[in-house]
Design a protein around this ligand. Sequence first.
Ligand SMILES: Cc1cc2nc3c(=O)[nH]c(=O)nc-3n(C[C@H](O)[C@H](O)[C@H](O)COP(=O)(O)O)c2cc1C
Length: 220
Amino acid sequence: MSPSKLVVIAASLIFCVSLFLPAFGQEAKPIQLPEPKLDQSKPLMLALKDRKTTREFSSGSLSQQTLSNLLWAAFGINRPDSGRRTAPSAKNWQSIDVYVATAEGMFLYDPKGNALVPVASGDIRSLTGTQTFFKDAAINLVYVANLTKIGEGEEAYKMFLAAADTGFIAENVYLYCASEKLATVFRVTIDKAKLGEAMKLKPDQRITAAQTVGLPKSGK
Ligand SMILES: Cc1cc2nc3c(=O)[nH]c(=O)nc-3n(C[C@H](O)[C@H](O)[C@H](O)COP(=O)(O)O)c2cc1C
């Protein structure tokens, strides 16, 4: 084969490979969520009656509407004038960021923009806990305390406040799931170093807990 033909073949090969490369290394894109729907839930007392931990999930995904509603219930802005949230937080420091691990990637919930901002691509749902029962579930929420937002005290005290803030958000998620017949489990058994690395967290960001949300196994 002549050298010029070889050059043409090599150039064509490089062109073809370059066409496919973006698909492999693709970064997850920001997701604009639909407005949360606030007018379609069970009465609070019935949601409380049905609140429970479930550790069996079907593999179906959640719609963007459900995701929007769920995240708003978890820690959305319910008083736009002041930016205050659906869950209380110590001194309104709003120390907890809610991350969402989906099959597409890891996202940060942006309550102001009602959007999911990508922080890592690829499916790292299995890294959000050391147990295995949640492998089929649609999403895993990861609660991350930003200690720089907590203005005062020793680190142990800041972690106590962060844990309390997390609990309120998690209960909102439990109640939303009870109301919408979704399955959920709050979890603290996490390899935090490994997950933190995958999420590219900064030293002042501390994982407090995770919470799986998904479709229940039928009949559960
Ligand atoms: C602080 C805390 C940590 C928990 N950690 C885990 C966990 O790591 N793994 C798990 O499967 N369940 C975990 N759970 C769920 C509890 O086991 C569950 O809430 C408890 O058994 C009561 O069940 P119920 O939620 O259905 O009332 C945790 C719950 C709380 C409040």
